[in-house]
Design a protein around this ligand. Sequence first.
Ligand code: ATP
Ligand code: MG
Length: 717
Amino acid sequence: MAVMDAILKDLTESQIDAVTHLDGPLLMLAGPGSGKTRVVTHRIAYMISQGIAPSQIAALTFTNKAADEMRLRVEKLVPGQSVWMGTFHRFCAQLLRRYAPMVGLAENYSIYDTSDSKQAMKRAIEVADVSTSHTSPEQIASTISRAKNRLVTPEMMLASSKRSGPTMASKVYPQYQQQLLTANAVDFDDLLLHIALLLRDNPELRAQLDARFRYILVDEYQDTNLAQYAIVRALSIDHPNLSVTGDPDQSIYGWRGADLNNILDFEKDYPSVKTVRLEQNYRSTPNILRVADQLIQHNRRRKQKELYTHNDEGDPVVLRIYHNGYEEADAIADEISNAMAVEGFRPRDFAILYRMNALSRSLEHAMRRRGLPYQIINGLEFYQRKEIKDLLAYLHLINNPRHDVALQRILNTPTRGIGAKTIQRLRGYADRHNVPMLDAARQVDQIEGLAKRSATCVTRFVELFDRLSLKATASIEDLLRYVVEETKYEAFLLKSHVDEQDSSAVANVDELITAGVEFDRYHPDDGSLELFLEQTALVADTDAFEDENDRITVMTLHAAKGLEFPRVFVIGVEDGLLPHSRSRDTDAGMEEERRLLFVGITRAKERLQLSCCKSRTFRGDSRPAVPSPFFNEMPLDEIRRVESEVQQNWFDDDPYGNSYPDSWDLPEEDSEANQDSEPNQDSGSAVHEKPDSLFDETCQLTEQDREQEIAKRKKKT
Ligand code: ATP
Ligand code: MG
């Protein structure tokens, strides 16, 4: 009974009620910090203790990080279990591996990342022969991505656009899918789409998987999209033991097709549902909760929820107004240093959250100067590095010789005399004959208009590739080393960048090999090139997050979902940033931004500071900034407002005095570039949006920038 005690200890009545509910649908709707995730974890442990086979349980999370954490917690309660826990995308990727032929793919299919998909999209636009003068490839990509999340196929899109004439997206969509199919590849959205359609169209398979995954648990259900909904619904018909957990007030992935109706309609979908509400918050102080609660009351489309806490009152929430982003970064870094020195806080106790990745740069600078350990949660970054992408492209092509994007990337990397024109000819030949480009390369003699020399270079490449392919089943470490050696990749790196970058590029290559070594170690029996590539493709931006690391966490509000920290700083709470300028015009947009801030606020356990600046600098110009309108929706009389002293050494002039201009509108030409920098929070968001170029340069903060800025301001006075 000791196990049972451990599982039910430290749970409230209603939590126990949810944990011990075994069969039938369960809906747990509750506010932040009320123990929803804790219940999911304990429930898995309880199920196992009651004799349910771990292999029949699947727990779906929103990020890999959340899955890892859950695994650790369950492991503590019932050691040695083997429940499937992971993201929707990973879940689907693994199923698809098994059933790939049913959707016209081979088992060694590749997962295109966002930049791969972009290449495929460009090529599809070319083949579809549509003009993009009135729209951008990104817009078409985003329309198609949304369609996929709503289970709209190319045929459906074409049919629905017929009346008003085919849209650009409806013409490109079939071509794009064809590109992926020829390349034996899927994009992130396809992982969900293929599985959802497979389950819909194959009743036998559906029933088989329904029986296989008899118990399904979904955390953060408020952020599921229609495709995800369709998948869990299809797997819970004969065995409706589906439990979902979520908080509609924390739905922040609308831009990726998250549909709140999924949670709101759950009771309709499963009339026999047991609904559990949790009302006690264990995370935050009453001070923090009141600010969060009053803010979220301003959303009209929501169900009222009560949330109370028995925690100590704690300190008031602080609103800091800084002069500019540099001061904001410096002051926060100072405060953290102080709190560590004087109050005994650890670096891991702090999180700094923001709406846009670009805001991290000034922080990085400030923390580096003080020697504060920090981690920017962006696991993607490593896999986006040129050298890493190059080497992985070799692996991709070895694993799946139809991977055209990989082929185009490495044909002339390292340089081997194959020019852009030759690549274009190969592509044209491949498109005309509907074959992968590697086949075109093998038939290079039949391609007209190619110089003999170019043809020879292409043939040499094919020979190299065939040689590399012989190692396909070696360990990942051996394969990587072999690729680096045979392609003389390091020599190429050293030759191509002679700046300081090169040493880090070579170090990154070593780092990748280390990742290979680790993979081999973790997968002595089931390791395969395919699995290794799948893991790198599904890496989440929250994956670099290691609790064991005693570091300050710096991340976007989106990535902070589900996490908690003793002290939280939310920076850049300014109009145009939070709410994002793009979302300000619609009620729905504003409500989602409000939820995003709500998520940020409710990450804090003990202390919370929200800050804004009087000016933000971008493209070398500092512009007046306006505090977020959301401040007016908070109990200002309870908040401690601190305005920073004028910093003589920075800005002798303060052109805006202490008053703010009425509005800060982003210049027209910037609004397009001003795309979201929402993270690819998990395994596989459809879009890793390009970084917000508007703020890009601003926060590229070097000493030199700052000095220039000071000089410029001085000159003005
Ligand atoms: P979010 O909506 O932000 O994801 P959540 O509802 O999932 O929040 P948890 O993360 O599960 O909340 O729990 C919040 C904190 O409260 C955790 O530190 C958890 O360990 C603690 N907690 C939850 N329930 C209890 C309890 N009954 N007794 C003590 N601590 C609890
Ligand atoms: Mg949670």
